[in-house]
Design a binder for this molecule. Sequence first.
Ligand SMILES: *Cc1c(COP(=O)(O)O)cnc(C)c1O
Length: 461
Amino acid sequence: MRYISTRGQAPTLGFEDTMLTGLARDGGLYVPETMPVLSHAQIAALAGLPYEEVAQRVMWPFVSEAFAEDDFAAMISRAYAGFGHDARAPLVQLGPNHFLLELFHGPTLAFKDFAMQLIGQMFEHTLTRRGQKVTIVGATSGDTGSAAIEAFRGLDAVDVFILYPHGRVSEVQRRQMTTPTEANVHTLAVTGHFDDCQARVKDMFNDFAFRDRVGLAGVNSINFARVLAQVVYYFTAATALGAPHREVSFTVPTGNFGDIFAGHIAKRMGLPIKQLVVATNQNDILHRCLSTGEYRVGTVEPSISPSMDIQVSSNFERALHLAYGGDGGAIAQLMEELKGGGFTVSQGALQALQDIYTSGRASETETAAAITGMLRRTGETLCPHTAVGTHVAEAHLGSTPMVTLATAHPAKFPDAVEAATGTRPALPPRMADLFDRDERILLVDNDLAAIEAVIDERRAT
Ligand SMILES: *Cc1c(COP(=O)(O)O)cnc(C)c1O
C-alpha cells in the first residue's frame, strides 16, 4: 500500500515513512492510495474474535508491505496487554437499540490509548530496525499528550515533546503529563489555546531546517497510523451487533475528526455503517459545515468537554479529499482560503459529505443534563465528551442499532461530572496515587522560535 498527500504535491510513501513523517511536506495529510475492501464473509468471520485478532485482520492490508505478519501480531499484543478490560473495547447497553462503546480502559483512560499504544510499538520496531532516532512533537487538548507520553516514555530512540494549552486542561490530564519521570519526556505548557499549540506544531513541520535537524516526527491524529488503529473498534462493535448481516450506526464525540474519520474508513472497507453522526459541543464548526457547507473559523469557547474545544479540525481535510474525488489541487486551494478565515464547500462535495455524515451539537446545559439523565436512567456515569455524544445520538435512534463512542473515563473530568451528578467519580485503583506524584511544568510562550529553542536545548536524540 502506498500513501498519498491530500494536497497532491508531496512524494508518495510506504506505511513506515508515512507513520514517521506525520504531516506531508506539502502541508497535506497522508491517505491510502486505494481503500482495501473486506468481503462479506471476511467481515462475518470477525464476530466473536479477540480484539487483537480483529486488529490484525483489519489493519493487515494497510501494513502488509511494512511488517512481517508475526512481528505485527506481537506489536498488537504488546499494545493492548496493559488495558484494564479483557474485551479492550466492551459494549454496554444504554437503552432500546442504544449502546455505549467503552474506549477508556487503556492506561490514560481515553480512547487515544488505542492508537497511541500501538504507534509506540510500531515506532520502536521501525526505528530499531533502521537504527534511527526521532523527536516526537505533539499538540494536545489534554488526552493525546498523556496517551503519547504513556506510549513513548523510556524508549531510547525517541524524545517526546508535548505542547498543551496552559490552564486549559483538567488536573487529571495535566498530572498524567507532568508526573512521568523519564528523561525522554518533556511537557510544555504553552500560553495559548489548543489551536495555538496545533498551529505551532504545524509551523515546526513547515520549518524544514528544524524538521530535518531534530528528526521531527508527529503523533497527532493527523498521523495516518493513528487513524488506522481506530478503525478496528468499529469492526468489533458492529460485528458484535450483527454486522455484516445487519446495519449499525455510530455517534462520535468529535474534535479533530480523527476518530470519526476512522469510521468512514471502516465503511469504505465494507462495514455496513448506516449513519455516522458527528457530535460537537458548542464549538460546532463541523456541525455548521456539514449542515451548510460553510467552514468558518470562530473563536474557541472553552467548555466542559475540553478535548473537543477546537475550531480547526485537522482530519476533516481527509474527508474533504474523498468528497472532492481525490483532487489535491482543490484541497490545497481550500486550505489556502482557510488561512483567511474559512471556505465554502462545493455543492457536489457537500452532497458527498452528507451522504456519509450526519451531525448535531450539544450545548453546555444539554451536556450536563445528558450526564444527569443517563445516570438516573441507566446507572452509567458518562464523561462530558461522551455525554455530548449520547445527547446527539438520542436524536438519531431508530430501528438500526446506535453505538455511541465513550471517549474517556468520567474520572478524567471529575469537576464536570460532580457538578452534574453530585458525586465525584473515582480513578481506577491503578491510578489512585496520581495526586501524590511530583509535577514538572515548563511554561513557554506561544512563539515558534521560543518553542524550537526549548526543543533544541532539551532533546538528547
Ligand atoms: C480527542 C478526544 C475527542 C475528539 O476526538 P477526535 O479524534 O479529535 O475527533 C473526544 N473525546 C475525548 C475524550 C478525546 O480525548
